[in-house]
Ligand binder design. Structure first.
Ligand code: ATP
Length: 335
């Protein structure tokens, strides 16, 4: 059964199209990546799935129910891109506070919190959150998304701004959650993250999904192979390969016909082809090519739309009554 069904999902802010009509589904236990550059519409999509932003049109369903249904939030863990934490609390008191919000019985909450913090290898559990490193705070925010033991996790840039070690740790932890049967939808602009842990991805640009599939499918459909051809004599388009001990030239071409032309040109100059190496285009390159090809109709999407900063503000601060995530109350959605 599809855990998530999205059809014709659209969000406009004023006349600004942040998400222009997405379709995708995510299966139970899948780890699904939404990738795209800044302003692509990733956060807006995730917030619609988490019931925090009301779609302008279309369907966003979780387990057959509207994503905006407040009941859905009880079984959801949302990790916002920036998660402001109560600086004066310790991880234990902070997580206990959120467990209370979800009515998790005290003892169960304590056990769950401790085991999550163990798995996240979070030390200094009695230290003030305000005195913790960025990586530690991110781990606490992740632990917070798990206090209610949700089946669905929606993570906005879970590893953004973390050092490589912590990044790996957080990504592996996320993969483990999916292995335990949880469904994970997360956004990233670093394609390396996606490649290493996602079952399927969509690539968004300017509010539109411009490619979709598993990483190998995307490679096959959109990727190209570069052929590095090494010759003993100079041929058109080749450059001297200074790394070689003997005189050698290198040309980079993108199909076998061009490789044959080089072979013929080398033979005509009394030389030969001594080596051919292939290099698959990286997902990053594919992504950049795709983003470049997207027609600029939605190009207004580059900058920040006017009401955005105010809306973010309202969404971010727990201390002023705003919503930081998916607390289980009947909070209204951002329009
Ligand atoms: N509340 C809002 N009011 C007005 N415009 C908004 C609002 N939220 C987002 N936008 C605009 O919608 C577009 C998509 O934003 P979104 O945050 O979804 O992108 P993103 O892919 O998550 O980008 P980033 O990687 O920078 O977080 C952006 O151009 C943004 O300025």
């Amino acid at each position: 059964m599809a855990t998530i069904r999205v059809e014709g999902l659209r969000k406009t802010y004023g006349d600004f199209p942040a998400v222009v009509g997405s379709d995708f589904s995510v299966d139970t236990g899948e780890i699904f990546g939404i990738v795209g550059p800044n302003g692509a519409g990733k956060t807006t999509t995730l917030k619609m799935l988490a019931g925090l932003v009301e779609p302008t049109a279309g369907v966003a369903e979780v387990a057959g129910r509207d994503a905006g249904d407040p009941e859905m939030r009880r079984d959801l863990g949302f990790l916002p891109e920036e998660s402001p934490l109560y600086e004066d609390m310790t991880p234990r008191s902070y997580l206990g506070f959120f467990a209370d919000l979800y009515d998790v019985p005290r003892e169960a909450a304590r056990e769950r919190t401790e085991s999550t913090l163990d798995r996240l290898e979070l030390e200094h559990r009695e230290r003030r959150l305000g005195d913790m490193s960025k990586g530690m705070k991110r781990k606490v925010a992740i632990a917070r998304s798990l206090v209610n033991d949700p089946d669905l996790l929606i993570y906005d840039e879970p590893a953004s701004g973390l050092d490589p070690l912590t990044t790996n740790y957080v990504l592996e932890f996320t993969r483990d959650l999916a292995d335990q049967g949880k469904t994970v939808v997360f956004s990233a602009h670093n394609l390396y993250h996606v490649e290493s842990i996602c079952d399927r991805i969509v690539i968004m640009n300017r509010g539109e999904i411009i490619a979709r599939g598993t990483v190998p499918e995307i490679r096959e459909e959109y990727g190209t192979t570069a052929y590095h051809v090494f010759t003993t004599v100079p041929v058109a388009g080749a450059e001297r390969d200074h790394r070689a001990d003997t005189e050698r030239y290198q040309a980079v071409v993108d199909d076998m016909a061009a490789v044959e032309s080089i072979r013929e040109a080398a033979a005509a100059a009394d030389g030969e082809v001594v080596d051919i190496r292939t290099r698959e285009q990286s997902l990053e390159d594919i992504f950049l090519d795709l983003a470049d090809e997207t027609p600029p109709e939605a190009a207004a999407g580059g900058g920040r739309a006017p009401s955005e900063a105010a809306a973010e503000e309202a969404n971010a601060q727990p201390s002023d009554g705003g919503r930081t995530g998916a607390e289980p109350s009947n909070g209204s959605r951002e329009q």
